[in-house]
Design a protein around this ligand. Structure first.
Ligand code: ATP
Length: 517
């Protein structure tokens, strides 16, 4: 009762009170999808897609169909429901008739791995209609990235030039850019020829996560660069106006058409998406949405995938590793992600599991502490099935799509329902079934059940393991713990050696510079 009253007090924006309910929409076979470009239909079929999922059809109707993208779209749809294609397909179709290449669509995501994944989806369909897709995530050097994004004029041999002299001839090599905020800001601030002047579509995926982080004010900067008429567009300091000689321009005027008063036209059309979209008016205001239309699934704010089964496993804290090992053994070789609460515990748990000799599974860690190249290698091996168990910090929680993940295990209870939704959502994707197990102490059960109710989930049975399987593991556990202790000690002493030698090096530098002065 008290909970209900609290919920009522949270102000919900008027446009959020009458949403399009995606759960009332059926899948739509490509054969009968109105206005779909035949080249895109073929590309989708090549991807093994024969019909659009409900959220994809709903967005299609608003962007391409009768809605004509007159309103910005706010999409709240469960994990694995196909949100990526929901925005990629209409954007590619809308840009398919463009005649001049310039950057017209920008998709922003919070992490590199997610951006790479989304780029793959665009790359599977965009070339079919002659569009190019770029990536700005800092995976390669900035110079390599610039050469992928910006077309340089061909120079005649032997001619020296000042790069500023041919600024007007620099053109975008891509129509669509998938970016993380940090690298996007680098290009906005420093890359000659990089402009958002022609941008027509902005997608902010994992919106609630991106709004939480300011990332060098990337959002106000993007909005400012696409908001005003051409005379007040703010360009990076080295450009007075990149199109001042009369080459291709997009002029955004302050519109006088109905509903556009005081807004620039042509406007920047936006799609913002998440499985846990914020309803906070203050946060949503940052997006400067134009007559937003809210698309959501069902009546409740949070929704878990249809075919997800949630289970509790109750045990004492000190027995958690044993329960985990016994559970992994019982799951056989099914792909599985184990979530922990921190990068340190990810590392320790992964090491411990690898010391259990009876566990004949390939187990690796994936966390924000690792180098990107190592993370990508691990992820590829997991996708390819060479690794069966991934022990992960929350770096893997959002958006990652790995085919065939049958089980998610919360080694530590998630503190928030949003975390549970995103973690559990790594399984039961695209209409498939999947299971999420959460290891809990007795005193955590009540809080956990309350947490799940927020996602309309009242069914979370206890998953029991035979006590004999736990007892059987005791001796191996003792020796695994010993090995872990040795490993942690040797890692700690290695770290302190590195720290003290780098300190000594710095002191030496300081002394020698003092001696010089
Ligand atoms: N129309 C479709 N038919 C078949 N499979 C599809 C279709 N659309 C998407 N998929 C598949 O569904 C899976 C989930 O899609 P996607 O990653 O876009 O989900 P999502 O809603 O963005 O999830 P999350 O909220 O976790 O990011 C992907 O493997 C994708 O290839």
């Amino acid at each position: 009762m008290a909970d209900k009253q609290k919920r009522k007090r949270i102000p919900v924006l008027p446009w959020m009170r009458s949403p399009v309910d995606v759960s009332l929409i059926e899948e739509c076979p490509l054969e009968i999808l109105p206005m779909l470009d035949h080249r895109l239909k073929a590309a989708l079929q090549n991807m093994g897609i024969s019909s659009l999922f409900p959220v994809q059809l709903a967005v299609w109707q608003e962007a391409i169909g009768p809605g004509s993208f007159d309103r910005d779209l706010c999409i709240n749809s469960p994990t694995g429901s196909g949100k990526t294609l929901a925005y990629a397909l209409p954007i590619v179709q809308m840009l398919s008739s463009r005649t001049v290449k310039c950057l017209r669509a920008l998709v922003v995501l919070p992490t590199r791995d997610l951006a790479l994944q989304v780029k793959e989806v665009f790359s599977a369909i965009a070339p079919a209609v002659g569009l190019s897709v770029g990536l700005a995530v800092g995976q390669s050097s900035i110079a390599d990235e610039i050469s992928e994004l910006i077309k340089r004029p061909k120079l005649e041999a032997g001619i020296c030039y000042d790069p500023d002299d041919f600024l007007v001839e620099l053109q975008s090599s891509v129509d669509i850019l998938v970016a993380t905020p940090g690298r996007l800001m680098d290009h906005i601030n420093f890359t000659k020829g990089f402009t958002l002047q022609h941008l027509r579509y902005l997608v902010i995926d994992e919106t609630d996560r991106l709004l939480r982080e300011a990332y060098q004010s990337w959002l106000p900067t993007v909005l400012q660069l696409t908001h005003a008429d051409d005379s007040s567009i703010i360009f990076p300091s080295y450009i007075s106006n990149p199109c001042s000689d009369g080459s291709l321009k997009t002029i955004r005027r302050f519109g006088v058409e109905r509903g556009f008063k005081g807004k620039p036209y042509p406007r920047l059309a936006k799609m913002v998406l998440s499985a846990t979209l914020t309803q906070d008016p203050g946060k949503l205001a940052q997006l400067d949405l134009h007559h937003p239309l809210f698309l959501t699934t069902g009546k409740r704010r949070y929704k878990l995938p249809e075919k997800l089964e949630s289970y509790m496993m109750i045990c004492e804290s000190k027995l958690k590793p044993l329960y985990l090992v016994a559970l992994l053994q019982s799951l056989g070789e099914e792909k599985c992600i184990v979530f922990t609460s921190s990068v340190e515990s990810t590392h320790r748990l992964c090491s411990l599991l690898n010391f259990f000799e009876d566990l004949e599974l390939k187990i690796k860690e994936y966390s924000g502490l690792q180098r990107q190249s190592l993370r990508s290698k691990t992820l590829n091996a997991f996708r390819g099935g060479e690794i069966q168990v991934l022990v992960s910090s929350d770096a893997m929680t959002r958006g990652m799509d790995v085919e065939g993940v049958k089980n998610v295990i919360n080694y530590d209870m998630p503190a928030f329902i949003k975390t549970y939704i995103h973690r559990a959502g790594r399984t039961a994707r695209a209409g498939q079934s999947g299971r999420c197990f959460t290891l809990l102490r007795k005193d955590e059960v009540k809080r956990f059940k309350k947490l799940l109710q927020k996602a309309d989930n009242d069914s979370c049975p206890v998953h029991n393991l035979p006590s004999s399987s736990i007892e059987f593991l005791q001796p191996t556990y003792v020796s695994a713990l010993e090995k872990l202790k040795e490993k942690v000690e040797s890692e700690t002493s290695r770290k302190s050696t590195i720290t003290s030698s780098s300190r000594a090096g710095k002191q030496k530098d300081r002394n020698s510079s003092k001696a010089k002065t």
